[in-house]
Design a protein around this ligand. Structure first.
Ligand code: GNR
Ligand code: NI
Length: 172
């Protein structure tokens, strides 16, 4: 396994719409395993392939708290087949926007159909933090970041700050 490097805004690749995988083959399984190791190392509770610069519809999740049994989920080609009308606000963060947090409103429960690490079709019901996180990751597969759900004023401020920080780093 390997720890991959995570890309950050304003990297334009974060806006790409990722491509479905044809099959969960050995190369997709290796990507999933490397992403899981990268996510645990960060640490984070979810990671989409585009965050490691791979435009495939692949994501990993583990929302178990420290000290709890790990609950790793390996997901390819996810589809939200049902979302609750009830909404929930959660303060989100993103490994591609380090040290910035903002409140996002999303359906509080979703049902997701996907291919697991063995390529088998699965469906899961998610609520709480898992529901928030899986929707955040599926957004990444569509080139959408959590700041896209905030006001334009907040989003523009964040983009400006990180764009300037990237420029200063590149000049250093
Ligand atoms: O580690 C993460 N924490 C988090 C907290 C609230 C809502 C969503 C997330 S996902 C984030 C990791 C990440 O950037 N995944 O794309
Ligand atoms: Ni994210």
């Amino acid at each position: 396994m390997a720890i991959l490097s995570i890309i950050e805004i304003p990297d334009p690749r974060l806006k790409l719409v990722s491509e479905p995988v044809a099959h969960v083959d050995a190369s997709v399984r290796k990507l999933m395993d490397d992403m899981m190791e990268t996510m645990y190392d960060a640490p984070g509770i979810g990671l989409a392939a585009i965050q490691v610069a791979v435009a495939k519809r692949v994501l990993v999740l583990d929302v178990a708290r420290e000290g709890e049994e790990p609950q790793p989920l390996f997901i390819a080609n996810p589809e939200i087949v049902w979302a609750s009308e009830e909404l929930n606000v959660y303060q989100e963060g993103c490994l591609s926007i380090p040290d910035y947090y903002g409140d996002v409103e999303r359906p509080s429960r979703v049902r997701v159909r996907y291919l697991d690490r063995d390529g088998k079709v699965q469906e899961m019901n998610a609520d709480g933090l898992l529901a928030t996180c899986v929707q955040h990751e599926i957004d990444h597969l569509n080139g959408v970041l959590f700041i896209d759900h905030l006001s334009r004023l907040k989003r523009d401020r964040v983009m400006k700050k990180y764009t300037k920080a990237a420029r200063l780093r590149s000049e250093a």
